[in-house]
Design a protein around this ligand. Structure first.
Ligand code: HEC
Ligand code: HEC
Ligand code: HEC
Length: 91
């Protein structure tokens, strides 16, 4: 019985956070030129890294400071993904 409760608890805990990321590209509006974000190319990054703890839902307007600190910093650190303005911001 104890074991069953434990198994159920584990199943419940994982399913609560096992949401799948949207397949379609997300367009983040910016004066500099809109930025297209794809979950597909970021499948290795934990949801929490961008969405924070709990269920991942729409972030909305991120703002320059937060977005650059999150997106650009990782691309620089991993030497992968765009780091130049025009590679992200498309007019
Ligand atoms: C590298 C950052 C990043 C990661 C990692 C990430 N997301 Fe997102 N996610 C975004 C951005 C940016 C948006 C679009 C902006 C917004 O939410 O309005 C978004 C949007 C979403 C939305 C809202 C979609 C809509 O149409 O309103 C959901 C749901 C979502 N993500 C789920 C996930 C899940 C589940 C994971 C993990 C499997 C995940 N995301 C991982 C950055 C990320
Ligand atoms: C924790 C690391 C990490 C974070 C955070 C991250 N990225 Fe990336 N990004 C990557 C990596 C790694 C690649 C290269 C993927 C590849 O080439 O397969 C990449 C590639 C990209 C690309 C080029 C490929 C494509 O999808 O068109 C764009 C655009 C991009 N990222 C935008 C963003 C934006 C916008 C954010 C913030 C909302 C963000 N990234 C946050 C790691 C990250
Ligand atoms: C890795 C992708 C990426 C790179 C590289 C990047 N940006 Fe951004 N930038 C973003 C994202 C994402 C946002 C936030 C959009 C939002 O608020 O939802 C943003 C926001 C901005 C904003 C605020 C726009 C507004 O309407 O609020 C400005 C201005 C800006 N960036 C300029 C630049 C400049 C200049 C460079 C080069 C020095 C640059 N960005 C490089 C992704 C990037």
């Amino acid at each position: 019985m104890k074991r069953l409760v434990l198994v159920l608890a584990v199943l419940f805990a994982t399913s609560a956070f096992a949401a799948t990321a949207p397949k379609d590209a997300k367009v983040l509006e910016a004066k500099q030129g809109n930025v297209t974000f794809k979950h597909d190319t970021h499948a290795k990054v934990a949801c929490e890294k961008c969405h924070g703890p709990g269920e991942a839902k729409a972030i909305g307007k991120m703002g320059k400071e937060k977005a650059h600190a999150l997106c650009q910093a990782c691309h620089k650190a991993e030497a992968k993904g765009p780091t130049k303005c025009a590679e992200c911001h498309k007019k």
